[in-house]
Design a protein around this ligand. Structure first.
Ligand code: AMP
Length: 432
């Protein structure tokens, strides 16, 4: 299928072509037609599926096709997102996809000054991307008028609820016209999300991704059992051994993220941490350094990582398992994006076994364990025993590269791999 088959207008097709997209992703194929028809939509879509274009393209087309209300320019499409990063990213998407249209776009989010946002709003905006908190600030100061909103989009709605935005969202909804089109995008359809959808959406078209296109299916997932206190050492070993260029590492706490980044730096690996305690400027800078390759390892907490958009991110490491099993799926969704395959590793200590079991229950499958020689935990890891005794395989670098040769991540490792016979490549025991 081509973008032109979806009935998008020439300006949008031109913008899509400029982005270098060849064909619409499954979520785009499913979401664009009903949104163009003016239907409400409830879509299950994770970051990396191309969901942003899935709602932004048809939304822009509807605005361009409709008639703007008379008088000064007022917000006609409102997109709510949970984090500043995601807002900034959607804003970039909107101006990219809408670059050939005569519409005005702005984003408002916290952590940066109000005044430039006030100025942008005063100048008139058609599409506004916002975090709920900052949007309420503008509403209370009277610097934004939402009475003419025609299309409302909630992006990453599940995360907004997780972050406690429900009251803010309700307050914002109260300021919107009841006659409007509403779109809800969420990684999961929890009971809470369905409840929100019941109040928000009218006869929505329900979109769930086809099984084969789920991001996690494109990701090779492996568990490395290791003692908690040796995780950092193992991580340094894996990064150096695989010559990984771009690794996103998840820790549970902000403090843990800072400490790990410092330790990796100490090990000679360029690393930086990104979390909610950092200023917006610092976060943007670090993200830029990571994208440009200046920083090889980005250590992040779950919330800070939401919305980080890096194409073809080859490696994701769970340094700590998440407390909530569903976060595992979000984390792993950072790799294997928009059709690119990736590799997700979890360093799992004995203490994290019950978290691992919860994740595996959610995934409805057991993740393969690979013990790295020299980092054994001493006790057998539950699951490893399920297939009998752990089988130890000596895996030479070429063999390891071959095993993942079809994957972009593997190719990366293969290109940079250590020459045969050089220092300690490490042995791995696989139990699957
Ligand atoms: P999203 O899920 O919206 O965060 O998109 C993930 C990434 O996929 C972004 O970097 C987009 O630029 C990219 N993308 C979106 N649509 C397509 C497409 N049809 N073909 C290739 N890449 C795309």
């Amino acid at each position: 299928m081509l973008f032109s088959d979806l009935g998008l207008r020439a300006e949008l097709l031109q913008a899509v072509a400029e982005q270098g997209y060849l064909e619409p992703t499954p979520i785009q194929q499913q979401s664009i037609p009903p949104i163009l028809e003016g239907r409400d939509v409830m879509a299950a879509a994770q970051t990396g599926t191309g969901k942003t274009a899935g709602f932004v393209l048809p939304l822009l087309q509807r605005l361009a096709g409709g008639t703007a209300p008379p008088g000064p320019r007022r917000v006609r499409a409102l997109i709510l997102a949970p984090t500043r990063e995601l807002c900034a990213q959607i804003r970039t998407g909107v101006s990219g996809y809408g670059q050939f249209m005569k519409l005005r776009y702005a984003a408002v989010f916290g952590g940066v000054g109000m005044q430039p946002q006030v100025n942008a709003l005063r100048g008139g905006v058609d599409v506004l991307v916002a975090t709920p908190g900052r949007l309420l600030d503008h509403l209370s100061r009277g610097t934004v008028d939402l009475s003419r909103v025609e299309i409302l989009t909630l992006d990453e709605a599940d995360r907004m609820l997780d972050m406690g935005f429900i009251v803010d969202i309700r307050r914002i909804l109260a300021k919107l016209p009841t006659r409007r089109q509403s779109l809800l995008f969420s990684a999961t359809f929890s009971g809470e999300i369905r409840e929100l959808a019941r109040n928000l959406l009218k006869d929505p078209v329900l979109i769930e991704p086809p099984q084969r296109n789920r991001a996690a299916d494109l990701v090779t997932q492996v568990v490395h059992p290791v003692a908690q206190e040796r995780k950092r050492e193992l991580l340094t070993f894996l990064i150096s051994e695989g010559a990984w260029r771009q690794v996103l590492v998840f820790t549970r706490t902000k403090h843990g993220a800072d400490r790990l980044a410092r330790q990796l730096e100490h090990d000679g690996i360029d690393a930086a941490a990104i979390h909610g305690n950092k200023s917006q400027g610092a976060r943007t800078r670090v993200l830029q350094q990571f994208k440009s390759g200046e920083v090889r390892v980005l250590v992040a907490t779950d919330i800070a990582a939401r919305g980080i958009d890096i194409q073809e991110l080859p490696h994701v490491v769970n340094f700590d398992l998440p407390q909530v099993a569903e976060d595992y799926v979000h984390r792993v969704g950072r790799t294997g994006r928009a059709g690119n395959e990736g590799r997700a590793l979890s360093l799992v200590s004995q203490e994290e076994q019950s978290l691992l079991r919860q994740i595996e229950r959610l995934l409805k499958r057991q993740l393969p364990r690979e013990t790295v020689s020299g980092y054994e935990t001493g006790r057998s890891v539950s699951g490893a025993t399920a297939t009998g005794a752990a089988r130890e395989v000596r895996s030479a670098p070429a063999e390891r590269a071959g095993r993942s040769g079809a994957r972009s991540a593997g190719n990366d490792a293969a290109r940079h791999r250590r020459p045969r016979g050089s220092a300690a490549p490490g042995r791995r025991s696989a139990a699957r």
